[in-house]
Design a protein around this ligand. Structure first.
Ligand SMILES: O=C(O)CCC(=O)C(=O)O
Ligand SMILES: [Fe+2]
Length: 448
């Protein structure tokens, strides 16, 4: 059981069929009623807090089809599925997990048949292999993961609940499951238009290798240790069911938590850290609500009940510069680590790029490829009307904005001394050429 959390007291049955909830709220404070005795929360309440977006949606029991107008008539994410049904249904019945979108995103989901857009998990058979973390064990600053068939995880979860949220296997958390990538069905869920400018997924879809779309499911007490998200991306997270407690630290606030070696903590709820630095922003995310995590915010997340969520990491023109800044910092950190071999190793810079890719998931050359793929897809909005699979929000204004942001970052990349040491001979187009095309396109757009 994670420190700071106890077994859930919520054992209520499914709260019925469709629950239409209120419109999205932008809150600058903590929701009332959540963990009121918590001292951190009390201190947090007195502080000025940044804006956290919690958008409420709908949800439904999987055996019932969402009425057409429920998905179509609201400018909100609509989320369906229920944990109890998941636990009871799998592997014999297929639960439905759907994230439909409102009118702004009808290009993605047909309003007349939202159940098609809310494609069911029929394509996620019980023998699908899923990543499962053991919340009771620590490996560096994370939980060790194993892989197991989905069916086995569901059996484990059922037994864990029956055992009063205890099991000889400990508290297991199915997390970072690339359901969309791994499922054979094309569309597991579709996005609200607000989240459609999503370059990481656009890039990895285009090169056909990976994605940053995840499903998390775990019992009360499962949790994610303290971290900031990959590439300092944004993330959004929708609770299909259950509740999560988020402890969020604005960028820089994590500095007070470092140990004497500069390391960040694994669990910020340990008593020794409670008095250190400013208390975190605490948010309780209810079923159907969405949490938006801005770039660079460290966070720790606890499932207060049995919870299923969909989470995406997310980069676009608004936080591209943060991603580039992060990569430069990571390269510097690598270079510091291996500084002693700098003079002895002729290809030291190349090795630094290899280590950067191994540690951070991307190096400077791949970052260029990422910029190139998105840039070319934006340039073709002006030449061919846009890529066939363009997101619904992608018109000329959006394309021009994106091109401007890419050009700024690409100019910085091209001028970077470490990028100049990368062998770019085989890149096509050459980075300088691409930058010139972007600048020309910006000039043409500005003249319109
Ligand atoms: O829900 C969780 O356990 C972790 C989610 C998270 O860290 C994220 O969405 O960025
Ligand atoms: Fe995260």
């Amino acid at each position: 059981m994670a420190p700071g959390t106890g077994p859930s007291t919520h054992r209520g049955g499914p709260p019925g069929l469709w629950c239409s909830l209120s419109p999205p709220v932008v809150t600058t404070g903590k929701r009332p009623g959540a963990c009121q005795q918590d001292q951190w929360a009390q201190q947090s309440r007195q502080r000025q807090r940044p804006r956290v977006l919690l958008a409420q949606g709908h949800w439904q029991v999987p055996s019932c089809r969402p009425p057409a107008n429920k998905c179509a008539d609201r400018d909100l994410p609509a989320v369906s599925a229920h944990p109890r049904c998941w636990a009871q249904a799998l592997p014999t019945r297929s639960p439905r997990i759907g994230l439909c979108c409102g009118p702004g995103a009808t290009a993605l989901s047909s309003p007349s048949a939202p159940e098609d857009a809310c494609a069911s998990l029929a394509s996620a058979p019980g023998d699908m292999v899923v990543p499962v973390a053991n919340c009771g064990l620590r490996e560096y600053n994370a939980n060790p993961k194993e892989h197991m068939p989905l069916r086995d995880y569901i059996s484990y979860w059922r037994e864990h609940i029956q055992g009063g949220y205890a099991s000889p296997r400990g508290c297991l958390y199915l997390k970072d499951w690339h359901l969309c990538r791994d499922a054979s069905s094309e569309e597991v869920f579709s996005l609200p238009v607000y989240f459609s400018s999503d370059w990481l997924n656009e890039y990895w879809d285009a090169v056909g290798r990976d994605d940053y779309r995840f499903v998390y499911m775990g019992p009360a007490g499962s949790w994610s240790p303290f971290h900031a998200d990959i590439f300092r991306s944004y993330s959004w997270s929708v609770n299909i069911c259950g509740r999560k407690k988020w402890l969020l630290f604005p960028p820089g606030q994590e500095e007070a938590l470092r140990d004497r070696h500069g390391g960040l903590p694994y669990d910020v709820t340990v008593p020794a850290l409670r008095e250190r630095g400013a208390p975190p922003l605490e948010v309780t995310q209810e079923a159907g609500e969405m949490v938006f995590v801005p770039s660079g915010w460290h966070h720790q997340v606890h499932n207060l009940e049995d919870t299923i969520s969909v989470n995406h990491n997310w980069v676009n023109g608004c936080n591209l510069a943060s991603m580039w800044h992060f990569l430069q910092q990571e390269l510097q950190a690598v270079q510091r680590e291996v500084a002693e071999w700098r003079d002895a190793m002729p290809d030291w810079h190349h090795h630094c790029q290899v280590i950067l890719r191994a540690c951070s998931g991307i190096n400077f050359e791949e970052f260029y490829q990422f910029l190139k793929v998105i840039a070319e897809r934006r340039l073709c909005v002006f030449t061919d009307g846009g890529p066939e699979d363009a997101s619904p929000g992608l018109g000329p204004q959006q394309a021009a904005f994106d091109i401007g942001r890419i050009a700024e970052v690409l100019a910085s990349l091209v001028a970077h001394p470490d990028f100049q040491k990368v062998d770019t001979g085989a890149l096509s187009p050459q980075p300088g050429e691409l930058l010139q095309r972007l600048e020309e396109s910006m000039a043409t757009f500005a003249a319109l």
